[in-house]
Design a protein around this ligand. Structure first.
Ligand SMILES: [Zn+2]
Length: 202
């Protein structure tokens, strides 16, 4: 299963021209001095913000450790910070992800879970979709007994425009395997991440 996508046919020049069009659409003059290099900078920033398309997140989970001295309890990584962009407005989504899994003989380096989060975050996203993608990836590649993912984030398309509601955050969760089937496992995970109000059971 490859998450990799074909490179687009768009050239750097076309992308820079698109930025100039948006500047004109905003009421600006892209030829004024302060904006001359802006298209170049924006296109470069896009390479960074959307670098997740060039990576298969599952690759990070394929190197596992089996020498864990019989450790068979839950592994939880909480407060993984991420920045993403909503696919509806291309506006930032800023938040944190909590990931837990119950190993079935195999564990991964904890930084790898953060890499998986980053890879999905660095694409255009819908929070619900990103939550499910992270959980599904860990479930499919690592094949643990269960996985839980909780995402809490603010959406700038909501805080800086539209309804202008500051301080509102959204919580989504995806539970698979024992995290879904066993209320005690799920409760243990939610207790670890300190999120009693998490939207359980999806
Ligand atoms: Zn949006």
């Amino acid at each position: 299963m490859s998450e990799r996508q074909e490179p687009t046919e768009v050239t750097r020049e076309q992308a820079e021209e698109a930025v100039r069009v948006l500047l004109r659409w905003s009421g600006e003059d892209p030829s004024r001095e302060g904006l001359l290099d802006t298209p170049k900078r924006v296109v470069k920033a896009y390479k960074d913000w959307f670098s997740g398309y060039a990576t298969d997140p599952g690759d990070y989970l394929r190197r596992t450790f089996e020498e864990v001295a019989g450790y068979d309890e839950m592994v939880v990584l909480r407060d993984i910070e991420f920045e993403s962009h909503c696919e509806h407005h291309m506006a930032p989504i800023i938040g944190r992800v909590h990931v837990g899994y119950l190993p079935d003989g195999k564990v991964v380096g904890i930084s790898k879970l953060a890499r998986v989060v980053d890879t999905y975050a660095r694409r255009f996203q819908v929070q619900e979709k990103m939550t499910a993608q992270i959980a599904d990836c860990i479930h499919d590649v690592l094949q643990p007994c269960g996985v839980g993912v909780v995402v809490q984030a603010t959406h700038e398309c909501m805080t800086t425009r539209g309804v202008h509601k500051r301080g509102v955050s959204m919580t989504t969760s995806k539970m698979l395997g024992t995290f879904r089937e066993d209320a005690r496992t799920r409760a243990e995970f939610l207790q670890f991440i300190g999120a009693p109000g998490a939207n359980v059971g999806r």
